[in-house]
Design a protein around this ligand. Structure first.
Ligand code: CA
Length: 732
């Protein structure tokens, strides 16, 4: 991708309390355009005319993939059966499209009228001919590159929505854009952010129903206050907004639910650090009850003793909340982790189903949030029906079905002493989609056994406080010295993962395929009894949904996170997936050397590609070469002990999330042990002055002094020298 200069023009028209930002197109032009569209409808049907009826009746056109989870139920279960257990041996590459990216690709494409709409790094939107893989158009919203620093988990995007001839997508810097589906032309864009000075980002896919676009945002670690908004598809006007956590208590409540929530926050000054509760991933519309379910994220800071020292559940953190789709008024809420203390978001994909439970058919909503319990709720009223463990859990013993609350394990309290805890901050399951086979009653979950060592920060231990740092993580736990923690804590398991077929009613794992590392892709299941998944080891696999038998496997040589989808064109069924890893695991690419051998993208690079397979496809994937990663000789430096210890801590705090713990980068971003002479010479200019800001590496002069940058440099060079020595010994 070429980085170009851009002009970022804001025309902010404040109308009736909401901010309407429009570029290129005036209201009048928009009205004219609408007239034109209405006139041309008569002659030609609207291209990509997805509407409510079509999504509700998605099973009538199984060849399309009409919304994020295929239909409103978001089970990621396709009725297509052409590719089946008897012929899957013949599944071969039909086409591939170069995404010109080495960053994480997380999008679920939409397929309608023979066209695939998807998103890429930096919120770029693509329309691809779904039969040939040729580009139809692409739209670059030109996200200011310095916004990249505000994203915890890289400059990713999980997809667009298509509605009545238009494509709607959100940008990393908080805009919602409307594009013409046929041409990719911008129709309008609006600003969804309440406070541009805070580090909000959007990486999630919008959902649409009742002609309203529902969108949330991310940024909890950096200190924001979560909310979800609904905007009119035609005008972009705000219809309603629901905050997930209370704001400044000296100001009036924005809506009555905030009064209820405020009673559960006690004694802290959370609003100064935002409070968190961001809705950064799952939003599901339910046509049967006209409800929108939102999955709410973790608290800011992570530690409840700082956030709310007087105790309390801190609503609506880590909750599933049902809102009236037309008004945004809350119908019910269920909190998975009262008083969240571990970054246990409940933003993971939610799916709707009708399941027989204890002899009755129940309309349920299901979720496997980070905290390790699989929740089945009655979606009419939020009644808790099941809460079995789906992953290894040691922070709580079980969920008390009488109270609906988890019973915490006091032995794992980390207030006084550090603790390794499962699930860790990456969750027993993260955003990577799960799928459901309603015939078998099984959910296919990309599961993680990835612990985090939680320890209160030294700052808190000394002062009892956490000073809010803008443009930085504000967790209250020791992340700067994480490597030391990992090396000095006995018995911490090495992170691994699995794909499991889980029965949400009995809590039984029907089958499980173990993986040597934890960061794998989402799943998709089909009526022919097959579940597809791309994994971190770089293989796209097809499993028998019933038995777990591996039916088909393709070595892509690129690690995958995104879920596969399926569609049909001209009588041929396709399986499509985006390859390219990174995201929330950038910090742990090769931490401590556990997974260098396992992550395909560390071995072969992280070449972002969109791949489509069909029966008797005629293309072969070109084989990628092993990367030669020889750490170069490092400059000879005289480092003081202080420089190394200070550099270690600062690196852990400011650099590790992108460039990897212990300077061992994941596949998506540069490994600083491999810096060339220019980078060595210009290190201060890069980090302090921001000369590479057009690549997303903006200046850190707001949080680091020149001496700090120098210390970080000394630490990097020392670490690279040590690793080089190890490498030389291994190669001998
Ligand atoms: Ca988080």
């Amino acid at each position: 991708m070429k980085f170009r200069n851009y002009l970022y023009v804001f025309v902010i028209i404040i109308t009736g309390g909401y901010i309407f930002t429009q570029i290129n197109t005036s209201n009048k032009e928009l009205e004219n355009k609408k007239d034109e569209i209405t006139k041309s409808d008569i002659a030609n049907p609207i291209f990509a005319n997805i509407n409510q009826e079509r999504i509700i009746n998605a099973d009538n056109e199984p060849g399309s993939w009409l919304s994020h989870g295929r239909n409103y139920e978001e089970q990621r279960y396709s009725p297509l059966v052409q590719i089946n257990k008897n012929n899957i041996d013949n599944l071969e590459l039909a086409w591939s499209f170069d995404m010109s990216s080495t960053r994480a690709l997380e999008s679920t494409p939409i397929v309608v009228d023979g066209t695939m709409f998807l998103t890429s790094e930096w919120s770029i939107v693509y329309a691809i001919d779904a039969k040939t893989g040729n580009e139809v158009w692409y739209y670059d919203p030109e996200v200011p590159k310095d916004w990249g620093r505000k994203a915890c988990c890289d400059v990713v995007n999980r997809g667009a929505a298509v509605w009545k001839g238009y494509v709607y997508s959100a940008t990393l810097d908080g805009r919602l854009i409307k594009l013409d589906a046929k041409t990719g032309e911008l129709v309008w864009e609006i600003d969804t952010l309440i406070d541009r000075a805070r580090d909000y980002t959007i990486t999630g896919a919008p959902r649409i129903a009742n002609n309203l676009i529902f969108i949330g945002n991310g940024g909890a670690e950096y200190g924001v206050r979560g909310y979800v908004s609904a905007f009119d598809v035609d005008t972009g006007k705000l219809a309603w907004r629901f905050y997930t956590v209370p704001g400044d208590p000296s100001l009036p409540f924005e809506h009555p639910e905030m009064e209820l929530a405020a009673e559960t926050w006690k004694g802290g000054e959370w609003w100064k650090i935002g409070g968190g509760g961001t809705v950064w991933n799952s939003i599901v519309y339910d046509p049967e009850f006209n409800q929108v379910y939102i999955g709410v994220g973790n608290g800011t800071p992570w530690t409840r003793v700082i956030r709310s020292p007087g105790g309390g559940d801190n609503l609506f953190l880590s909750s599933m909340v049902a809102l009236d789709a037309d008004t945004g008024k809350m119908n019910w809420h269920y909190q998975t982790t009262p008083g969240d203390n571990w970054d246990y978001t409940a933003v993971q994909d939610m799916m709707l189903a009708e399941i027989e439970i204890d002899g009755d058919k129940r309309k349920v909503i299901m979720q496997a949030p980070k905290n390790g319990f699989f929740y089945v709720l009655d979606r009419k009223n939020g009644e808790l029906l099941r809460a079995h463990k789906y992953a290894e859990v040691n922070w709580a013993t079980h969920v008390d079905m009488e109270t609906g609350r988890p019973v915490e394990n006091k032995d794992k309290d980390y207030l006084e002493e550090k603790q390794w805890i499962l699930p860790g901050a990456l969750g027993g399951h993260n955003w990577q989609a799960m799928s459901f086979d309603p015939d078998l009653g099984l959910v296919y979950i990309p599961t993680q056994i990835a612990p985090t060592i939680y320890k209160m920060t030294e700052e808190w231990q000394k002062t009892g406080k956490l000073k809010y740092k803008p443009n930085s993580w504000n967790t209250g736990v020791e992340l700067g010295k994480y490597l030391d923690l990992a090396l000095t804590t006995p018995d911490v398991p090495i992170p691994t993962g699995s794909l499991q077929a889980f029965d949400p009613i009995s809590g039984e794992t029907k089958w499980e395929v173990m993986y040597p590392q934890h960061w794998n892709g989402g799943t998709m299941s089909t009526k022919s009894g097959i579940t597809f998944q791309g994994n971190g080891m770089g293989t796209l696999n097809a499993y028998d949904s019933f038995s777990g038998e591996l039916l088909w496997s393709k070595d892509i040589q690129t690690s995958m996170l995104a879920p596969p989808i399926t569609f049909m064109i001209d009588g041929e069924q396709y399986i499509a997936i985006l390859a390219g890893t990174g995201g929330g695991n950038n910090h742990g690419g090769d931490t401590l050397g556990f997974h260098a051998e396992h992550l395909a993208s560390l071995k072969y690079g992280n070449a972002g590609r969109l791949l489509a397979f069909k029966l008797n496809g005629e293309l072969n994937l070109p084989r990628l070469d092993l990367l030669e990663k020889i750490i170069p000789e490092q400059p000879l430096l005289q480092s003081t002990e202080f420089q190394i210890s200070r550099g270690t801590e600062l690196y852990g705090e400011y650099c590790a999330f992108c460039h990897g713990t212990a300077v061992r980068a994941g596949p998506a971003l540069p490994d600083l042990r491999m810096m060339n002479n220019d980078s060595h010479e210009l290190f201060k200019e890069i980090v302090y002055e921001g000369i590479l800001s057009e690549n997303g590496m903006s200046s850190f002069s707001d949080v680091l002094s020149e001496n700090d940058v120098e210390s970080i440099y000394h630490y990097i060079v020392k670490t690279a020298s040590v690793d080089r020595q190890i490498q030389l010994e291994q190669n001998n």
